[in-house]
Write a protein that binds this ligand. Structure first.
Ligand code: NAD
Ligand code: ZN
Length: 355
């Protein structure tokens, strides 16, 4: 069976296109008492970007903190706050920030129309009711969260996305000017998330011509950004992220993502840096990708943290391995059917011990 997948229907791209946000939201504003909620990464509190948000009527800027990656409990809190503040369901949720903020905005828009806790919907196609209209404006590029049908959340029992067609954004606004102030390390880690999506998609067994077309373009753009220091690198990275996301939408990620999920679950390691740390130990699986990734690190003077797992107990290491090995589709994409014979628990533990 071929997947029949949905994509984001409205996309605007270009430097300064943020200025068109007010116009785009106009058609959503049918009732003056119904607000639009701007979910803003609190790194922008008091900054120029916050002042440019086109607030009207009863709109609210909802500052969110992403020091920790989003948890289901945080989504539940934000939804309760909105329900207590407004007697009506908001007309729109606009996420402005990196992957974490975009995921929070997706989850809030879903949970305003679906009962219970966000944790109840971690999995595949568990959402029944369409979300509130939601739009994303990335300020950091690489994750592909702007184009994906998931919102990755850490719940009480698992780190797993709410995967559904309703999760997809209704509108994305790609304005490369918004990447200007990203600290260099973070820019690199999130950008490498995209590069690793491409490598995992392009070398995977699930690859088809659709995924290859997007993945090849995305990796070419990553090379221009991270090896050539192209003057239009922000524009290129924004498109690389989108294309990388489109590539994995029809294929899958692989070993690096599986192992980084284990790290993140036990140590709280953030996604971008966690993928970089993990990828550096996967030369056996991705020899060319890892060699090129190291050239990119050298060029940008990036050093990765080491010995993360040195003080972990055998039980914690085992939990990591369980989380990683549980991600069957990722391993199947990476190593094919029968992957269990190649990626044994002992091999996973050995990789973790080296990190
Ligand atoms: P992020 O959103 O976690 O942000 C990282 C840091 O950069 C934060 O401190 C943030 O405040 C800061 N930041 C963001 N934009 C900035 C700017 N313009 N200037 C200065 N600082 C800025 O980082 P990310 O790598 O974009 O996202 C990672 C998250 O995305 C993780 O939670 C991960 O689980 C999720 N993710 C989701 C998907 C998906 O398909 N939904 C895919 C991959 C990753
Ligand atoms: Zn990723």
């Amino acid at each position: 069976m071929y997947r029949n997948f949905k994509i984001v229907p409205n996309i605007i791209f270009g430097r300064g296109c943020f200025n068109q946000l007010d116009g785009i939201l106009q058609e959503r504003r049918t009732d003056p008492d119904t607000p639009i909620i701007f979910v803003l990464d609190d790194v922008f509190k008091g900054k120029t970007l916050e002042g440019r948000i086109p607030l009207r009527g009863k709109d609210m800027i909802l500052h969110v903190n992403v020091d920790d990656e989003p948890k289901t409990s945080y989504i539940d809190e934000l939804v309760t706050l909105l329900k207590e503040t407004y007697p009506v369901t908001p007309a729109g949720i606009i996420g402005i920030g990196g992957g974490s903020t975009m995921d929070i905005a997706k989850a809030v828009s879903l949970m305003l129309t679906n009962p219970g806790s966000a944790a109840d919907y971690q999995g595949w196609d568990l959402i029944h009711n369409p979300a509130v209209y939601h739009a994303a404006i990335p300020t950091l590029s690489g994750t592909g969260a702007e184009i994906s049908r998931t919102t990755v959340l850490t719940g009480p029992e698992k780190k797993l996305g709410i995967n559904s067609d309703y999760t997809l954004y209704d509108q994305i606004m790609l304005d490369p000017e918004l990447l200007a102030g990203v600290p260099k390390d973070q820019w690199f880690y999130s950008g490498m998330d995209c590069y690793i999506h491409d490598v995992e998609s392009l070398t995977g067994t699930f690859l088809n011509e659709f995924s290859r077309a997007y993945g090849e373009k995305s990796i070419e753009l990553c090379r221009q950004v991270f090896l050539e220091d192209h003057p239009e690198r922000d524009d290129k990275l924004m498109m690389a992220s989108y294309f990388g996301g489109m590539s994995i939408a029809y294929s899958q990620v692989g070993a690096c993502h599986a192992l980084s999920y284990g790290l993140s679950f036990v140590l709280g390691t953030h996604h971008g840096i966690g993928c970089c740390i993990t990828f550096d130990y996967l030369e056996e699986i991705y020899p060319q990708g890892v060699a090129e990734f190291r050239r990119m690190m050298d060029k940008h003077g990036i050093t990765l943290p080491r010995n993360l797992t040195a003080n972990l107990s055998a039980e914690e290491l085992d939990t990591m391995a369980t989380v990683a090995l549980g991600l069957t589709p990722l391993w199947e994409n990476c190593l094919g059917k029968g992957w269990e014979e190649q990626m044994t628990r002992e091999r996973v533990l050995e990789l973790y011990r080296r990190m």
